[in-house]
Design a protein. Structure first.
Length: 316
């Protein structure tokens, strides 16, 4: 919904607020398509007007013929440009969830049910352009609209402008879409945060788990706060860097990731820390639960549980 001038941007925002939401597939019909000359079109019209004035002044028939020929070309260009968008069926759907700071992708699917091809179709969303060179008859195609996910939450695509300057660039035909779909943006995991809260890893009776009930998973670099019993003393004796043993936890108790365990004053940093813990616990195949001030998810494991926990953080 970008514009070259501030007043134009204000007009577009006013227009966008009053647009109805487009649910599902949208058909571009004559009431949704707008047509205006481009800069080249205005220059073309000026040249034709000068030719007409010159012909009237000097009474040259060839000048009239040239002017009328150019007017006919302009009208044919207008009709072909309108026809190039008319009747297209478009569906805009969100892509996979992403983390804050990444690129979210919305997919525009264009269905051509006509017996003729469409050309030079351009999509604009939040200042990002995506072009479709050609769409053959009775086929469909798709193009991606990448949007920057600056912060967590639900990212809407906003207004999508579908336009074309086919065939000669003299007129621009466009239509606005207002899709309802949104992409979920998770908090960005904190880069150098705290280790997993081992004190909440219980066996169901309130006692900490022991190594006898854990399955060895591998080694990782030591981080301050790791339990001493998990430090790989043998590898240290061989002259290797200080490392910590990790356990997959296929048998035994559950890990609770709580809002209070993240030692940050900023709520956003707490969410980022919880996000990092969820990803780490999932990679270790632990059973983990999540406790937030407004929601609690029972311990579980797997992709579905990970997505549910991350979505709770995104919508907190």
């Amino acid at each position: 919904m970008s514009s070259d001038s501030w007043p134009g941007n204000v007009v577009q925002r006013w227009f966008f607020r009053r647009m109805p939401w487009d649910r599902g597939e949208v058909r571009l019909h004559r009431k949704r398509i707008y047509v205006l000359p481009t800069r080249h079109g205005y220059l073309f019209a000026l040249v034709v007007a000068l030719i007409v004035l010159g012909s009237m002044n000097y009474g040259t028939s060839l000048g009239y013929f040239t002017a009328f020929l150019l007017i006919g070309i302009g009208l044919v260009s207008l009709l072909h440009g309108f026809r190039n968008l008319h009747g297209l069926h478009i569906t805009i759907s969100p892509g996979e969830s992403v983390f804050a700071g990444q690129q979210a992708h919305f997919t525009a699917r264009i269905n051509n049910r006509h017996a003729h091809s469409h050309y030079m179709i351009r999509f604009e969303a939040d200042g990002v352009d995506s072009a479709l060179a050609a769409l053959p008859a009775s086929t469909w195609s798709s193009t991606e609209l990448p949007l920057h996910a600056a912060k967590r939450g639900r990212l809407a695509c906003g207004a999508v402008k579908v336009s074309s300057v086919y065939p000669l660039g003299l007129v621009i035909c466009w239509s606005w879409l207002k899709p309802t779909g949104f992409c979920t943006v998770y908090p960005a995991p904190i880069g150098d945060g705290q280790p997993l809260p081992q004190s909440t890893l219980r066996d169901g009776t309130g006692h900490s788990r022991t190594n006898d009930n854990e399955d060895f998973y591998g080694f990782r670099d030591y981080r301050p706060g790791d339990p001493l019993r998990h430090i790989a003393w043998r590898t240290l004796a061989r002259g290797q860097p200080l490392q910590t043993k990790e356990f997959a936890g296929e048998s035994g108790g559950d890990l609770w990731l709580s809002w209070d365990d993240a030692q940050y004053a900023d709520p956003e940093l707490r969410l980022q820390q919880l996000c990092a813990w969820i990803l780490e616990a999932d990679s270790l195949k632990l059973r983990y639960g999540l406790r937030l001030p407004n929601v609690s998810l029972a311990p579980d494991r797997g992709d579905r549980h990970r997505r549910a926990c991350l979505e709770s953080l995104a919508l907190y």
